[in-house]
Write a protein that binds this ligand. Sequence first.
Ligand SMILES: C[S@@+](CC[C@H](N)C(=O)[O-])C[C@H]1O[C@@H](n2cnc3c(N)ncnc32)[C@H](O)[C@@H]1O
Length: 364
Amino acid sequence: MLRNDVIDRGTRGQTPALNTRADEAFLDYISDMRNTLMHGTHKRVEEQSAAALEKAGLTENLWPDRVYDMRTTMTDVPEVASWLRAKRSLQEAYWQTIVDSYSSRQDEFLHMLEVSDSEGPGSVHWDPDFKYPDYATVDIHIQPGGYVADPLCGLHYDYGTKVFFGGMNDGDALHAKMCGKTAIPKDGQVNRAMDIGCAIGQFSCALKRRFPDAEVWGMDIGAPMVRYAHSRAAKQGLDVNFAQMASEKLNSPDNHFDLVTAHLLFHELPEPIIKQTIAEVYRVLRPGGTFVLWDFPSDAAADGRFSGFMRYMDAADNGEPYSCEFVSCDVETLIPQAGFILRYDDLDDIARHGRIGDKPEQRT
Ligand SMILES: C[S@@+](CC[C@H](N)C(=O)[O-])C[C@H]1O[C@@H](n2cnc3c(N)ncnc32)[C@H](O)[C@@H]1O
């Protein structure tokens, strides 16, 4: 039921429009400002940072021991300090605007989730008594309530990532592109696919579109995420199943899936959980099945200069507490240690590297 002063303004792509045109215009402005920062002025900030580090003699093997020296040196350059401050302020502003704007339609959105819980196509499974591990309860990316504390956090995340991607993921275009180049088992068989850390199901839906005859599952630790993911997929007429599950403790049979994907999940996991997750993925994949992990380049920190610093800043100032652990945990070693045969994709992409783990036909 809408309040008298609240208008349903339709959708922007798959995403419900904000409550007022003014809110939307403000977020369009923020999105453009982020694009300017991330793609327009980034190079100059990088050059200035490199020059300041050079001048201070901070050039090699800085990660992680000398990160505070790097921070002091780089933030002494006014342009770099303002750039970092602006990035943080934009992040804070867009999340708060989204939460505030949708809040006046809260009852309507909660009702939408309740109804869609029991409607198809596809399904959703979640546990109202699920006990979240502490690591999963942080306000990740500075999103108020993170992925678990607000029943509408899936909705907030939908608009938030629209802003974050600066228009590049409209129509879930990035997910479709990444899914399109995701490796599959060498025998070409994809009858069952699972997307872990699926959030609002954008990659899971892309999997269903690519493999329409396959049974596709999206798993996420956050009940609000899988509920919203199901509602979003069902609106698109897609028969995808979503379930609340921790990637380190998958409630799935052994040797069951042909393909398991994790797109931008691992940098949000503490290192012990990364190891358990890789072992679980190995368990649930059938012999000859394939695991595809898309995430930040893990050598970003190791180069010790601007990119390492940025990862650190992401952790310290942008609500990404585990991303440093991810980039320094050497996931390329952990995957074969779990029994996989490792191959790679897209090592030139600065935002995401593809690590592909094939489960051998027979354990060696
Ligand atoms: C950055 S989002 C991933 C986005 C999504 N895969 C995509 O491509 O849009 C990370 C997601 O991982 C989920 N997550 C975090 N820890 C998890 C865990 N241990 N098991 C399953 N999901 C987890 C979060 O709830 C969140 O929805």
